[in-house]
Design a protein around this ligand. Sequence first.
Ligand code: PLP
Length: 477
Amino acid sequence: PADPDLEGAFAQVAAWIGRYYRETRSYPVLSQTKPGDLVRALPSEAPVEGQAFERIFEDFQRLVIPGITHWNHPRFFAYFAISAAPIAVLAEALAAALDVNAMLWRTSPAATELEDVTLGWLRAMLGLPSTLHGIIYDTASIGGFTALAAARESLDLDIRARGMAGRGDLPALRVYITEHTHSHVEKGAIALGLGRENVVRVPVDDAFAMRPEALARAIDDDVAAGRRPMCAVATVGTTSTTSTDPVAAIRAVTRERSVWLHVDAAYGGPAAILPEFRWLLDGAHDADSIVVNPHKWMFVPVDLSVLFVRDPEQLRRTFSLVADFLETPETGVHNYMDYGLQLGRRFRALKFWFVLRAFGVRGMQERLRAHIALAQELASWIEAAPDWQVVAPHPLSVVCFRYVPGGIEDAKADALNTAIMDAVNATGEVYLSSTRLYGRVVLRIAIGNERTTRDDVALAWELLQREAFARLPLTAR
Ligand code: PLP
């Protein structure tokens, strides 16, 4: 039976969310449950009779919440830290209630048009030209895949009609990345039938950024060998260290050689709304495609990623296949089902519109600046501490570092740093993650939650020092 007290249930959930925002720090950041805990706690079959909201909600709190790793916690410092601004949560609730499917313009004109408006705002905030057209996808991985598919289609190899299998006339199609490019590009190349061996890793410089002259050489060698360069990917804010490939120089190389340039600015792109970081997107203005993730560092809850393209028609030519039952009479409108794999689309623009209005450009800038300042301060603490090393440039809100007490061997330092991180994470107070640079384990602190304070960052640093000290031999203390 339907719950008779619907409004009471809504009020309880709203109150719970309000408390959650007030008390987030009382939860362990990293879930402390063991594999299988929730599966064992729940029945293996759906209930035959419907159950009351009260019971469901109680189980949510008692059984589900312990299995949550709190990404929305101010002391979540792993991967890229994110946050759901409360105003966006309200928008998500409204979008869920409306249950819009924004596949066609007519299936909710406001969803499509709000998408166009908010992405126009974002484009201007980033200093990108109005010749770029933005479309919302769920993630950068899907936006990146969509761009790669359009790049392949742009080669005029008749792949849409004839496919790739069994065609002796097709050259190897090549994609250029670096060892720091996010893995979704390689996954996309696999899914598009290019094969991993056609994903070329261009060498990087000491700052982990792609070397444009090495890219030029790789492309020219491929052409000389009869292979077909398809797409180069430049990253603004790589996942491990937040390094940025020199987009303008890469653009010059790709333009001269008619190669599609995709800019993955999933994490770093938002920083370009700060005048002092505008340079991050230098050269991106005439890229073929650019991805920026508002769900990473613009306080919009997962998921919402934006793909800007120079030629939206190219995207439409790649993906559009209008079934009889989806034909509509409107002209001059965007039917966004035509611009990617998926038909159904959530009304994601609403939460972004709420956030942009509630923060304003200035509010967004202030939050990003505060995060960058916190990261710089943390880096200065680490640099000043004996036996700790900051191991990569840290222009944005991520710091990579390592504990290397007196002359310890690399492999031992790897194990030591992993042990320190695991111990710190086990406290539940903070959560940080690691990566590898030059094959060595490196710890990362990523700042990105709206409510993170200096005290939160200081606590992380204190716990790291405490766990490092605890692992020093007694004689060395
Ligand atoms: N690009 C970069 C640089 C990333 O760091 C990430 C994820 O962290 C992605 C792309 C993938 O993002 P998404 O989860 O939106 O697919």
